[in-house]
Design a protein around this ligand. Structure first.
Ligand code: IMP
Length: 423
């Protein structure tokens, strides 16, 4: 297997964890390149469910995993996830490396985000409240503290004291919130760091070496293309770049080192948090999807917003990521419907458009143009080969492929590992 990137091609929660899990079986290294513990990747092994947030999903296959420099790390969340996985028999020590360049999420990031979302009220982003945005803001404004800095406790303490003093001004004077204690944060963070110190290294060197040796490296994207800070539905986005192109900057490797890019799409569309969603359906219909599709955010447990497949957003994702192939998940959730509308374009002030508008002001004027396909009304959960799928389900997938001009390589028909069709 060459070096492969797996990216979400909608608004996240497409089922990337499952696809990473399938591809990880043949990988030598599984690597996260952006985001933080705002991600939620769910993998079912037998009857056991693993929900990963920060640690790459390859850990479930016992593969060596890397958290690259583009990821923001909350050490308390990392240790909790590690403990949880280890209590269930997975080996994390010796199988996980973290970049010394990773920026830390510290308690003041979470406090600031909570206060800010509350203050924004109706204009809130609906974030996961994991401190992701404020941590990336500090990185961009050059106030951030990197993991490697913790190996130098005096310099870390000084940097932290400066930051906490500044954040306390904002917390108390702008938000009327309680101030935080630098000493407590310093002690807790150092105590957490000591538990993972041996995992911290230059992961750019580590990943480059693996590629030089011809190893199969899997880059695990989180969230989704439409949540990308540059190309998503800004400002209703996350604070990193989930795009395949971000692998290089998020790891420290050159663009020529990527061989294959797989986009993961749900057979319909979902979104958690606020922001535009042209094909969102009414709650009565959403409830029918939600029951079978287990449509609750895996990080926050919030019910997901749901709608029909939107080819306009996925066409954009195919372009932005340079998709070679797509993996379609949750096909079985559509088994129940008589007719299945697919959004093929938008109608905007009397004009038909095929490209997703960049500005929300224009998007607000767009209405989905649907083509309806007949449903197959048959249980697909036992299908294991393309030939096992009902003809109308095959036609649904072929229709999507024609709209996107990208072929499908994997189809999922249920949450279990074996409910997989590889074409
Ligand atoms: P943040 O990433 O916590 O800052 O949240 C920003 C937006 O991205 C919110 O709408 C979140 O619900 C959404 N979001 C972040 N991570 C994920 C994910 O893994 N899946 C789906 N939505 C996400």
């Amino acid at each position: 297997m060459p070096s492969t990137v797996i990216v979400g091609a909608q608004w996240g929660d497409e089922g990337k964890g499952r696809i990473v899990d399938i591809c990880a079986a043949k990988a030598d290294l599984v690597v996260r390149y952006h985001g933080g513990n705002n991600a939620g990747h769910t993998i079912m092994v037998g009857e056991e469910i693993f929900a990963l947030h920060l640690i790459p999903s390859g850990i479930v296959r016992g593969k060596p995993c890397v958290i690259g420099s583009g990821v923001v790390v909350d050490l308390s969340a990392l240790l909790e996830e590690k403990k949880n996985l280890e209590s269930r028999g997975l080996q994390v020590d010796g199988n996980l490396a973290l970049s010394d360049h990773c920026h830390l999420i510290l308690p003041y990031h979470k406090a600031l985000e909570k206060a800010d979302e509350a203050r924004l009220a109706a204009r809130r982003i609906g974030t996961t409240l994991r401190g992701i945005g404020p941590a990336y803001a500090d990185k961009a404004s050059r106030r951030g503290i990197r993991l490697g800095e913790l190996a130098y406790p005096d310099s870390f303490r000084e940097h932290l004291e400066r930051n906490v003093a500044e954040k306390n001004e904002i917390l108390t004077k702008i938000y009327g919130a309680e101030p935080l204690c630098a000493e407590t944060i310093c002690e807790e963070t150092m105590q957490q760091f000591r538990q993972i110190e041996k995992m911290v290294t230059d992961t750019s060197v580590l990943v480059s070496r693996a590629l030089d040796e011809g190893k199969a490296v899997l880059f695990e994207g989180a969230h989704g293309t439409l949540l990308d800070i540059d190309f998503g539905t800004y400002p209703y986005v996350t604070s990193s770049n989930p795009l395949s192109g971000a692998v290089c900057a998020g790891i420290g490797i050159g663009p020529k080192r990527i061989d294959r890019i797989i986009g993961v799409v749900k057979a319909y569309t979902t979104r958690v948090g606020e922001g535009p969603f042209p094909t969102q359906c009414e709650e009565e219909l959403a409830a029918r999807f939600r029951a079978q599709g287990r449509e609750y955010g895996s990080t926050t447990g919030r019910p997901r917003r749901i709608g029909w497949f939107d080819a306009v957003i996925v066409r954009k994702a195919a372009r932005l990521n340079g998709l070679d192939e797509i993996a379609i998940t949750h096909l079985d959730v559509l088994d129940q419907f008589d007719r299945i509308p697919v959004c093929v374009a938008y109608e905007c002030e009397g004009e038909r458009i095929n490209e997703f508008p960049n500005l929300l002001e224009k998007l607000a004027k767009c209405r989905p143009v649907y083509e309806e396909l007949p449903g197959w009304k048959q249980d697909t959960t036992a299908a294991r080969r393309w030939e096992d799928l009902p003809a109308r389900a095959q036609e649904y997938i072929s229709f999507i492929e024609r709209l996107l001009k990208v072929r499908t390589s994997i189809i999922l028909v249920g949450p279990k590992r074996e409910q997989t069709i590889v074409r």
